[in-house]
Design a protein around this ligand. Structure first.
Ligand code: ADP
Ligand code: ZN
Ligand code: ZN
Length: 820
């Protein structure tokens, strides 16, 4: 009797045993996929993780339908790593498998399949089976796998579908087709025949009787001269027209006369080429020292933190390190918090490493994803360096030598939904361990946890305190909103100082970024007179306003109070609960600066597939003067013409009910401020706040990361948060309010009795009902000296007993380990 042990792509913690023939037994290897029946009449793509001869005790093993691979497509290290993720993050192995694999590799009976639009199909090249499927799709828009089984009258149809997908004829329903094409910018240069001195004479002769054309050519020479002193940037058609006060018709005429020629370049490449000559990258003194220190640290530690201020040139250090690892022939993984950032970075890396750089992201279409998957699996040169968001962690690396986690503090590295709720930075460190690879974490504002690990010698620590090229850190100026409102110096949400600075920047042709945190919407009660926001007495977080109960609540300990009628700090009765958003800021700007071009970047304007990239491109190309945005702006973008950054209201970030609020406020403000003045001129940042003396605001102003760190660390210890305590958050959901209330109380009581550690809750979150489901949360804080593994086992046991109670069975429990 021969069996295989498989993982199914379903939310199941167990693996399953299927029976195979002796021949199949000889053929199958761990990491191959097999199609298997499951449930009543469903078929799934399962992954073989074991080949054995142990008959399952509890059920009759079904036979597999077919073997889908000739060679393993998942490595043993991956299987190990996925098991680690499942166990550490308390999620089903099936969930890990499903989110790790490109969906085209996971065909199942429910998958919808349709024909690619606007393609020519040479039917003579199709096999009989392929043709039948193709023909059926001429009658119907889409087919389910089950339909195809009926059409072909056989079970083994996955290979047929796979072939048609490979041939680019079929697509799986959910995939996104378009690919982002970076915008091309049009430039002009002098025709090569005029480049010599004699040529110049001839040119002047030609233009003798064309004054307007002559003017624009002279202006072109002037521009070239000034640009040369500033690092020799090519000249855009747009800029030349503006500077010469001319028209595109005249340029067109000059191009026809072969005085000028135009050419197109991708915006990213240009910025890049402008600064680095001949592809030869020379590190500055500081960068070189950091580079050597990182290597030194890798000689005895696995993980190193590179803490370098914004614009210190961390990317260039990454490039130098990648260069060294490339030479060893090992694979390199470059993780980014969000794919939106890659457009800029991929360009920078490709300029060095050409086609050795592959990009992987869940938004890429199936073919591209499978292509990268296979290249990585085959250790091909084309994907020796893989850049991607957190899901790139799941690729079938063979021989990983080096992982970079860029902007390691970003919370998007933690997957919130669905399971597995893993943290890509932490999972990357575990993965590196299996490969004996090194990990570099990079940030200008490291997370408290990471800096703590670096300070306590678990990680290496390398720091750069200066910007590249002696560019100064931006000058941060605080504007006291209380004072400004009192003196009536406000126009809408803009102080006179901010308006003045924006005017100045715009006059100089420089761009402005205004930052308004989305979180401003979270309802807190704020005093208009003094800016005071009521805080929880036990938890160091702001109380959240619950309108329906007219109550203030703490989300962490459940403390409540009636909504106050007056401010507890200054007794004023002018209390407000309204936040304000980016949209309102944009509206106000339109009236204050009617002649400027204003753009907005938030979840609403970037919803389209490439909304984010389009806005960034358009801002880079200087089609906008002012960009208003949310925290999306804080993400490592490199704009060279931004001289002013305005933070509209620093306070609503600070008073978000979250133990990380101060840390995040510091990170966000420092990162946004870091967008100012990235070239020669010192940038300026205006921070509008009711609390200019707040420690966090002062720390941002003084660029005092260490001050922030020490203060937060102290609080974390007192209030029992990471890095001193690990947090597991349980979210319970159920449509029936009373059932949920009972169930969550039951679970809370069992947990607090059985766990020797703080258990908080059951708490009603600010949004206590989503899609008709009521929500309760319970938080477990695991102290450092307690085994996290055992605690999880205990929790799992309690959850099992919870599920065994009939009336609680319908309550959904979601686990979030290391909740962010
Ligand atoms: P960070 O990631 O630390 O914020 P970047 O790597 O984006 O900083 O560098 C900031 C700017 O300085 C970029 O425009 C980059 O091209 C430039 N730069 C940094 N180091 C060098 C170098 N060694 N040679 C040329 N340009 C550099
Ligand atoms: Zn007050
Ligand atoms: Zn509290």
């Amino acid at each position: 009797m021969y069996f295989v042990e498989v993982i199914l792509p379903l939310s199941l913690a167990k693996t399953f045993t299927y029976s195979v023939s002796e021949a199949e037994f000889e053929y199958i290897k761990k990491g191959m996929r097999v199609a298997v029946p499951f449930g009543k009449s469903k078929i799934y793509t399962a992954l073989v993780i074991e080949i054995h001869q142990n008959k399952p005790a509890l059920y009759e093993a079904k036979e597999i339908h077919e073997i889908l691979d000739e060679k393993p497509i998942v490595t043993e290290i991956q299987i190990m790593h996925w098991h680690w993720i499942a166990s550490y993050y308390m999620s089903a192995i099936g969930d890990v498998y499903r989110s790790a694999m490109p969906s085209a590799l996971l065909l199942e009976s429910e998958t919808l399949i349709s024909q690619k639009s606007e393609i020519f199909v040479d039917t003579s090249l199709l096999s009989d089976d392929e043709f039948l499927v193709y023909e059926a799709l001429q009658q119907q828009n889409s087919l389910k796998v089950q339909d195809i089984i009926a059409i072909l009258n056989k079970k083994n149809i996955f290979p047929v579908i796979q072939k048609l997908v490979d041939k680019n004829i079929l697509v799986l329903q959910e995939e996104i087709q378009e690919n982002y094409k970076p915008k091309l910018v049009r430039y002009v240069r002098l025709h090569s025949k005029y480049e010599t001195d004699q040529g110049l004479g001839a040119l002047l002769e030609i233009l003798k009787n064309a004054n307007k054309q002559k003017e624009i050519v002279m202006r072109y020479f002037q521009l070239c001269a000034t640009e040369k002193t500033q690092g020799s940037k090519p000249i855009t058609v747009k800029k030349l027209i503006e500077e010469a006060n001319s028209s595109s018709a005249i340029i067109k005429a000059l191009i026809e006369k072969e005085v000028f020629e135009d050419y197109f370049l991708q915006e990213d490449r240009v910025n890049f080429n402008g600064k680095i000559k001949d592809g030869e990258l020379r590190l500055s003194g500081e960068q070189q020292i950091a580079f050597e220190e990182i290597k030194e640290s890798f000689s005895h530690k696995e993980v190193c933190l590179l803490h370098g201020v914004t614009s210190s040139g961390k990317t260039e250090i990454y490039i130098k390190l990648i260069e060294e690892y490339l030479a060893t022939g090992k694979q390199i993984l470059y993780l980014l918090p969000e794919i939106a950032l890659t457009t800029q970075l991929v360009g920078r890396l490709r300029a060095y490493f050409g086609n050795k750089v592959a990009v992987f992201h869940s938004k890429y279409n199936n073919n591209e994803r499978i292509e990268v998957w296979n290249q990585v699996l085959q250790n091909s040169e084309k994907s020796q360096v893989v850049m991607g968001a957190r899901s790139a962690l799941f690729l079938p690396f063979h021989d990983l030598g080096f992982i970079i986690v860029d902007e390691e503090h970003e919370q998007t590295f933690k997957q919130a939904d669905p399971a597995p709720r893993y943290h890509a930075r932490d999972a990357a460190i575990v993965l590196a361990n299996s490969h004996k690879a090194k990990v570099l974490l990079g940030s200008a504002t490291p997370s408290i946890e990471t800096y703590f690990n670096a300070k306590s010698d678990k990680f290496g620590l390398v720091e750069i305190f200066k910007r590249y090229g002696n560019v100064m850190m931006p000058n941060i100026e605080l504007v006291d909103l209380k004072d400004k409102y009192f003196r009536k110096k406000m126009t809408g949400h803009f102080s006179d100082v901010l308006i003045e600075e924006i005017t100045k920047a715009l006059t100089l042709g420089e761009q402005v970024i205004l930052f308004q945190n989305r979180r401003g919407y979270s309802p807190v009660v704020e005093c208009i007179t003094c800016g005071h926001v009521p805080q929880c007495q036990q938890c160091d977080v702001s109380l959240t306003y619950h309108k329906h109960k007219n109550q203030l609540r703490c989300h962490y300990c459940g403390y409540t109070m009636a909504k106050p009628t007056h401010c507890h700090a200054c007794s004023s009765v002018d209390l407000t609960t309204k936040g304000f958003g980016t949209e309102q800021i944009e509206q106000e700007l339109l009236t204050i600066f009617p002649n400027s071009k204003i753009g907005r970047m938030d979840q609403d304007t970037t919803r389209g597939k490439f909304g984010f990239e389009k806005i960034i491109d358009s801002f880079k190309n200087r089609e906008m003067d002012i960009l208003v945005g949310t925290q999306m702006l804080a993400k490592g973008l490199d704009f060279d013409n931004v001289s002013l950054v305005g933070i509209m209201n620093a306070d609503n970030m600070l008073y978000h009910p979250d133990f990380r609020a101060f840390e995040r406020s510091f990170q966000m403000m420092t990162q946004v401020a870091g967008r100012a003045g990235r070239s020669e001129k010192q940038g300026k940042v205006i921070v509008q706040t009711y609390n200019p003396n707040h420690n966090t605001i002062q720390q941002v102003t003084n660029n005092d990361y260490l001050g922030m760190y020490n203060e937060q660390l102290y609080d974390r210890q007192i209030y029992k948060y990471p890095p001193y305590f690990r947090i597991i958050k349980l979210t319970l959901k159920q449509r029936d309010f009373d059932k949920l209330k009972k169930g969550s109380m039951w679970l809370y009581q069992v947990m607090s009795q059985n766990l020797v550690m703080p258990v908080l809750g059951p708490e009603e979150p600010a949004i206590s009902r989503i899609r008709n489901e009521y929500i309760r949360t319970i938080i477990v804080k695991i102290p450092q000296n307690v085994s996290i593994g055992n605690t999880k086992k205990t929790i799992q046991k309690m959850l099992n007993s919870f599920e065994a109670v009939a009336q609680f069975r319908a309550i959904k429990v979601i686990l979030n380990v290391d909740f962010y």
